[in-house]
Design a protein around this ligand. Structure first.
Ligand code: CA
Length: 228
């Protein structure tokens, strides 16, 4: 994993310095903001792997800051620090999309454990978004392979692009013109049957050995990928 880049918004100078120093010792890079306004400016300007927010801050509190972040970023994990630890506080935080809480004073190793758990969860979520599914067929956009029922299927670059296009439009019928334009990046030439040829390549690799066929021809319309 790359070195995690964190934002810490904490107005208590000593606490901020303690956390920043400790995290840097654990190989995190940390930017610190001393109040809500500064925190907001940094959130608007930069992308962080994780954000630590104190609840009580001058100008704009941690709850407002998190609500502001979530209007355009639902992914970045947020850990809230609070001296209060009351249920009302926690509920307000979870309402605006805080991922986890730590009550002050906290054990530093507890903070590290929470941060690592949040970073791992967010890395897993990112990985999963690189997968497309139709029934037991999975297309792995990162590794550029397909899997059917867990078996890896090797595709050529063009087969991969065609399958990706079909899967991104799963359940919809795409015409040969759509395919020619989006996969081959060319206007359709009625004199060629290359799309049918490639659909047949895909069928051999994807559907031939399975009782459930996923690639369907819709006569006069085009093709669709779906379970039935
Ligand atoms: Ca504070």
């Amino acid at each position: 994993m790359n070195i995690p880049h964190l934002l810490l918004v904490e107005d208590e100078v000593k606490v901020a310095a303690f956390i920043k120093k400790g995290l840097e010792r654990q190989n995190f890079t940390v930017e610190a903001a001393a109040d809500g306004r500064e925190g907001k400016a940094l959130i608007d300007k930069n992308k962080y792997d994780l954000i630590i927010l104190d609840v009580n801050l001058p100008y704009m509190d941690g709850i407002e800051l998190c609500a502001h972040l979530r209007t355009r970023d639902t992914q970045t994990p947020v850990l809230m620090l609070t001296a209060l630890g009351t249920t009302a506080d926690k509920l307000a935080g979870f309402d605006v999309g805080v991922d986890d809480y730590l009550v002050k004073p906290f054990d530093f190793m507890e903070l590290i454990a929470r941060l690592k758990a949040l970073l791992k969860r967010s890395a897993n979520a990112n990985e999963k978004s690189d997968l497309l599914h139709v029934s037991d067929l999975e297309l792995d956009l990162a590794q550029k392979v397909a899997r059917r029922g867990g078996q890896t299927i090797t595709l050529t670059a063009r087969e991969f692009d065609l399958l990706e296009y079909l899967m991104r439009n799963r359940g919809r019928v795409v015409s040969k013109v759509d395919i020619a334009e989006n996969v081959w990046d060319i206007g359709f030439d009625t004199g060629t049957n290359f799309i049918e040829v490639y659909i047949n390549y895909l069928r051999k690799k994807i559907d031939k050995d399975s009782p459930t066929k996923l690639i369907h021809t819709v006569v006069g319309m085009g093709y669709t990928i779906k379970e039935k």
